[in-house]
Ligand binder design. Structure first.
Ligand SMILES: NC(=O)c1ccc[n+]([C@@H]2O[C@H](COP(=O)([O-])OP(=O)(O)OC[C@H]3O[C@@H](n4cnc5c(N)ncnc54)[C@H](OP(=O)(O)O)[C@@H]3O)[C@@H](O)[C@H]2O)c1
Length: 335
């Protein structure tokens, strides 16, 4: 049966806006805004928690505009309860506890979500822990498992291993039966990466990581969020038929590669972004993650590491904390 069902959605809600569209962390303010209502195939979620991600900072600075049709408000992932069901939504009920990947609009009391992008929160998992999962799980799944085709017995090399993405990559690769070599900047972060499950953790500030990876047998897939010089050196560590996958280029958008090595070893270089993908593609990813990755979440093999939470009104402080870079895992807003 398709019918529109609303609990008592208020007409006004509070959400975080960026003064003049872009600026420093202090430009984030709580404002009154219209509560969204669900279109056909959509739900409105009463947000309990929203994950904070590096792309939110890029958007705040004006470098990562929302894709067409997405809300201007920041926020790519949430957890909460379904507060309204749009026309034609089946399989979900008011009050269901859900986590979701969004095109934007998560830093708010209510968020509109394509019902095909919802994941049910497993029994015993809190909203904060659930809100910290979608962006990292989708990114790692799409890049390490789909583009990178990582399989059991292979080795993943992941840089930025104590980031939200890095921690998820370590856990998911280990859950899939792969070996993980992690790099992080500083001995303390390398130690944290080991504690997160990495088989080998290298302090990339202490010298070139490449000889250490090669001495440890090389790697089959690299998840690279750094680029630049680290990408050039990373390519040296790939075994035959290895795959280098970019998700960011924080250390430089250009890199030098030995083309003969790519040819001789049959290496693949690729990369992707998550946010601009179509709703249908995100629905496909959601189904695949629900089937392959979400059971690991229910079993506790993949779990968010929460550095700290902030109230929604303090989103600016949350951004400043992420920018300071001392965090392990995720920073989450409580709504
Ligand atoms: N393509 C996609 O679909 C997609 C989706 C989501 C996120 N991302 C990207 O993935 C990255 C991680 O996201 P996140 O939310 O997990 O961010 P995060 O927690 O802020 O982590 C950023 C990480 O990058 C490391 N890093 C930055 N510059 C570096 C450099 N020059 N050399 C080595 N390491 C460097 C940092 O290392 P330190 O801790 O040592 O500072 C940190 O571990 C971001 O770049 C983000 O934009 C891409």
């Amino acid at each position: 049966m398709s019918q529109s069902k609303f609990s008592s959605l208020p007409t006004q809600m509070r959400a975080i806006a960026v003064t003049d569209g872009k600026g420093p962390a202090s430009a984030l303010h709580l404002v009154d805004s219209l509560t969204p209502s669900p279109g056909p195939g959509e739900v409105v979620v009463k947000v309990a928690a929203a994950g904070v991600n590096r792309p939110d900072i890029l958007q705040r600075l004006g470098f990562y505009p929302p894709p067409p049709g997405a809300p201007e408000t920041l926020g790519l992932e949430i957890a909460g309860e379904i507060a309204a069901l749009g026309e034609g939504v089946t399989g979900w009920r008011l009050g269901d506890r859900v986590a979701a990947l969004l095109g934007g609009g998560g830093y708010a009391e209510y968020a509109r979500v394509d019902a095909r992008h919802l994941l049910p929160i497993p029994e015993g998992l809190g909203f904060v822990a659930a809100a910290a999962l979608p962006e990292t799980l989708f990114t790692v799944f799409a890049n390490v498992f789909e583009l990178g085709r990582l399989t059991a017995g292979e080795t993943l090399l992941v840089h930025g291993a104590t980031s939200g993405i890095g921690v998820a990559a370590i856990q998911m690769a280990k859950a899939a039966g792969a070996r993980v070599i992690a790099t992080a900047r500083g001995p303390e972060k390398a130690e944290q990466a080991k504690a997160m499950g990495a088989d080998i953790a290298i302090d990339s500030r202490a010298g070139d990581f490449a000889p250490q990876v090669i001495a440890a047998g090389g790697c089959d897939v690299i998840l690279d969020m750094v680029g630049g010089e680290m990408a050039s050196r990373g390519l040296q560590t790939l075994n035959p038929c290895g795959r280098l996958v970019f998700i960011a280029f924080q250390g430089g958008a250009t890199a030098e590669f030995d083309i003969s090595r790519i040819m001789r070893l049959g290496l693949t270089i690729s990369g992707s972004t998550l946010r601009p993908r179509s709703a249908d593609e995100k629905a496909r990813l959601t189904r695949a993650i629900a089937a392959q990755i979400w059971p690991w979440v229910a079993e506790g093999r993949v779990r968010a590491i929460i550095e700290r939470t902030f109230p929604l009104a303090e989103a600016g402080l949350a951004h400043a904390a992420l920018e300071a870079g001392a965090h392990l895992g995720k920073i989450v807003l409580e709504v």
